[in-house]
Design a protein around this ligand. Structure first.
Ligand SMILES: Nc1ncnc2c1ncn2[C@@H]1O[C@H](COP(=O)(O)OP(=O)(O)OP(=O)(O)O)[C@@H](O)[C@H]1O
Length: 446
């Protein structure tokens, strides 16, 4: 967890030392720097601290620093230290958005009071941002990850709980279950939502370009490196990096990645200068990484670093009751994407969809929804229609009714009250129907 801290900037080292001591005595965590440039490297959106800077300095002065900091995050409090009688400059600083100014000479107590107020303000702003992000996205989460199975309810619950923390997260699940959807939801529900979300496909990194792609390079770092270039890590500063299919990352790169995750610092190719990183890492994997470790294909230390929080996205086979809801949602999305009228499939189609296996998970179901909206055939549906032919309307309705009750029973784990309430029928009617369709409390369908 990041600790609130005071970045203290002055080009005169003895002044710097005495202010630092005064602030440390008052109980603040202080980082001293002799130039504004060095400070800018540390400030990122959501930076959990404040800045106290001398206003007159060689190189970048305090006013320019103020403007640059406000470009990164307009709410980072900047306190400027002005010379005695520098009233005009102090007024200008306040107009440009400085949090406060302190005129030299000043007492340690006065400085400590202003710093304490600024830190309070900062933590309030950051807290509000988190709350706003969570509130704004709350309803969204159910639309993005629909499903009433216990597994999905639990997943949404855990996702909300960890989204706002800065913990790195490992997302595990079969192909097509929506791991990337979960990763984006984590990002969008965090305080980093307005910062970049950068995806690195670890299975498709071009071997010869990997390092420069991730870490960036200085001009002249290798033949062909004409200009300096940001790597993906730097692009994501302040935001989130998704390491997709982490299990496929080459072993030597795993070692470098581990160092980046632990130190939160990168060094561009051709440079020795460490660049601090404020990034949240999310990794996904289709395979159980413990098995990869046992097979010698994955570093155990990287796994332990990544799996502090693990979210498991269940396959559709483990939550069949979600298939109809999900399919309807995917149909709505597909209709929007293809600018088609919304479709409302007849019950036998939904039933057939719910009965089929979806080994490709949501991705496969999404393709089926696309094809349905476009009027193309969906595998497995015709056979289902055949099965229905020869049945009377009443028989078809009965089948559909049975499947609805069965999935409600399964969703509520055998509790009857939520089932008859949800379906809007009486307890007695539910019993009768369960008898007629030979449904047990815990059975989906017998
Ligand atoms: N809950 C969902 N609602 C709507 N669409 C979804 C949902 N989950 C997944 N999808 C869609 O299914 C497809 C696969 O999702 P995603 O890429 O997130 O899966 P994945 O688990 O990362 O797959 P892979 O491991 O193969 O990369 C995407 O087109 C995505 O938009």
């Amino acid at each position: 967890m990041k600790q609130p801290c005071v970045l203290l900037i002055d080009d005169e080292e003895d002044i710097l030392r005495s202010i630092r001591q005064a602030l440390e005595l008052a109980g603040f965590k202080v980082r001293e720097l002799t130039s504004a440039d060095a400070a800018l490297d540390l400030v990122t959106p959501g930076f959990p601290g404040i800045i106290v800077s001398d206003i007159r300095m060689p190189g970048m002065d305090g006013m320019t620093l103020l403007t640059r900091v406000r470009d990164i995050d307009a709410d980072v409090p900047v306190i400027l230290v002005t010379g005695h009688g520098d009233v005009q400059l102090a007024v200008r600083a306040m107009r440009e958005g400085a949090y406060d100014f302190i005129e030299k000479p000043f007492s340690a107590q006065h400085l400590a009071d202003v710093v304490a107020r600024a830190l309070d303000r900062r933590s309030l702003v950051l807290e509000n941002r988190l709350l706003r992000a969570a509130a704004g996205k709350r309803d969204d989460l159910e639309t993005r990850l629909p499903g009433r199975s216990q597994a999905m309810i639990d997943l949404r619950h855990r996702l909300r709980a960890v989204a706002g923390t800065d913990a790195d997260v490992l997302i595990v699940g079969e192909t097509g279950v929506g791991k990337e959807v979960v990763a984006r939801a984590l990002h969008d529900n965090s305080g980093r939502a307005d910062r970049p979300f950068v995806v690195i496909n670890c299975a498709a990194l071009p071997a010869n370009l990997i390092e420069s792609e991730l870490f960036g390079h200085e001009a002249g770092a290798f033949p062909g490196a004409i200009r300096a270039r940001y790597g993906k890590f730097e692009h994501a500063r302040g935001g989130t990096i998704l390491l997709d299919e982490i299990g496929q990352m080459p072993l030597d790169l795993q070692a470098r990645l581990l160092r980046v995750i632990e130190d939160r610092v990168i060094v561009r190719l051709g440079s020795n200068e460490p660049i601090p990183l404020d990034i949240r890492f999310i990794a996904t994997s289709k395979v159980e990484l413990e098995e990869e470790v046992a097979a010698g294909r994955f570093r155990a230390d990287l796994l332990y670093r990544l799996n502090v929080v693990t979210l498991r996205v269940p396959p559709l086979a483990a939550r069949r009751e979600d298939v109809p809801i999900l399919f309807l949602q995917l149909l709505r999305e597909a209709a929007g994407r293809y600018r088609r009228e919304p479709v409302d499939p007849p019950p036998h189609v939904i039933e057939a969809i719910a009965r089929r296996d979806w080994p490709g998970n949501v991705r496969e179901l999404r393709n089926a929804a696309d094809r349905y909206v476009l009027g193309l055939g969906v595998d497995g549906l015709d056979a289902a229609a055949e099965e229905q032919t020869g049945l009377t309307l009443a028989e078809r309705m009965a089948r559909y009714e049975k499947s609805i009750i069965a999935s409600a029973l399964q969703a509520h784990g055998g509790a009857l009250k939520p089932v008859y309430e949800e379906l809007g029928i009486s307890r007695k009617t539910l019993y009768e129907k369960m008898q007629r369709y030979r449904l047990g409390r815990r059975d989906a369908a017998e």
